[in-house]
Ligand binder design. Structure first.
Ligand SMILES: O=P(O)(O)OC[C@H]1O[C@@H](O)[C@H](O)[C@@H](O)[C@@H]1O
Length: 334
């Protein structure tokens, strides 16, 4: 059994979180169940555990908005407004059993999206234990007044057997004073040779009723339709609405996309950088019935709209780093 120590720091460099982590089968096995105890916590970040003992980090701003991030998969599991309203969908049938990703929240698809490659569906990152990074390299951007946590994923020796590329994947999850949630990813090639990857923030938005929802910002774009052998089509001029299964990758979208929910009178605004594509997924009735960790009727309450880089994979030369950012906000609408 290994004992690992992690410390996280506030912006003024004072430590706020100290974590002792026992991994039951060693650092080389990212599938290890992990347990952690916080010896100190700071304003804004609390450490809890899920029922499998996996550490969960709770970010809370001073108005009471919050987000929960699991070290399992680096997955955001919850994002709540200051009125404690949950903005992300989590299935009532979600299975909290590592290494499987939880159905809902924001799983990260890396280094592969879907079945577009030889790896497991959506790549392995969402099935790994991530670590809190003690002292991450400085990150450009304004993090003043934001509560944030830095996670790190590196490949284990087992991962190297299926994807032989050494990388460092840094994820900063930050919650701003206005409640906006930002995920910033930095992926560095620490290999001796080039590698290429795809990535998607597989964001499950909680919606009132899928039939009442529309997506704006994808009009006239080309998309690859996963329901038609990834064939390329062109979206018509209208906002996207839903009346059957949708599984598409919209290409080269603008950096802002909106999900309007009339019944809930709210609009999600997705701002993205470094992520040219947008995946839109709703399994609808028939497919939902074949997904064990999704209720038969739950497709009505969810919509995945992902900032992604899928069609053109990203290639990094040795020593190079890529940065991608997704910022989510929610606005009232009439
Ligand atoms: O069940 P998973 O592996 O989480 O994938 C869910 C869906 O994710 C979507 O992004 C894919 O386009 C779908 O094809 C897939 O079914």
């Amino acid at each position: 059994m290994l004992l690992r120590m992690f410390k996280a720091y506030r912006q003024d460099d004072t430590p706020f979180l100290e974590l002792k982590m026992n991994t039951t089968s060693g650092e080389s096995d990212n599938r290890a169940a992990a347990t952690a105890t916080a010896t100190a916590t700071a304003a804004g970040v609390e450490l809890t555990k899920d029922k499998n003992g996996i550490p969960l980090l709770l970010l809370r701003n001073n108005r009471g908005a919050s987000a929960t991030v699991s070290l399992q998969g680096g997955q955001v599991l919850s994002w709540k407004t200051e009125r404690r309203e949950e903005l992300l969908f989590i299935s009532n049938k979600a299975i909290f059993s590592p290494p499987k990703a939880v159905r809902g929240g924001i799983p990260i698809c890396f280094p592969q999206f879907g079945n577009r490659g030889t790896l497991e569906q959506h790549g392995f990152a969402r099935n790994k234990i991530w670590f809190i990074e003690k002292d991450p390299p400085s990150l450009a951007g304004d993090f003043n007044g934001k509560v944030y946590i830095d996670l790190l994923l590196k490949p284990s020796e087992d991962d190297m057997k299926i994807w032989p590329h050494r990388f460092e994947f840094r994820l900063r999850v930050s919650l701003a004073a206005d409640g906006n949630l930002t995920l910033t990813s930095r992926i560095r090639n620490v290999n001796g040779k080039n590698f290429s990857f795809s990535i998607a923030y597989h964001t499950y938005f909680s919606v009132s009723d899928i039939s009442e929802v529309r997506v704006e910002g994808l009009e006239t774009l080309d998309y690859l339709d996963n329901l038609h052998q990834k064939e390329r089509f062109t979206e018509q001029g209208d906002a996207l609405t839903f009346e059957s299964e949708v599984d598409r990758v919209y290409l080269d979208s603008s950096n802002t996309v909106a999900v309007l929910d009339h019944e809930k009178k709210r609009t999600f605004v997705i701002r993205k950088e470094g992520l040219p594509d947008v995946v839109v997924w709703n399994p609808w009735e028939r497919k939902s019935k074949s997904i064990v960790d999704l209720g038969d009727e739950e497709y009505k309450q969810m919509l995945c709209v992902d900032g992604a880089a899928v069609e053109k994979s990203i290639t990094l030369r040795p020593g190079e780093e890529w940065t991608g950012r997704l910022e989510l906000s929610v606005l009232p609408c009439s």
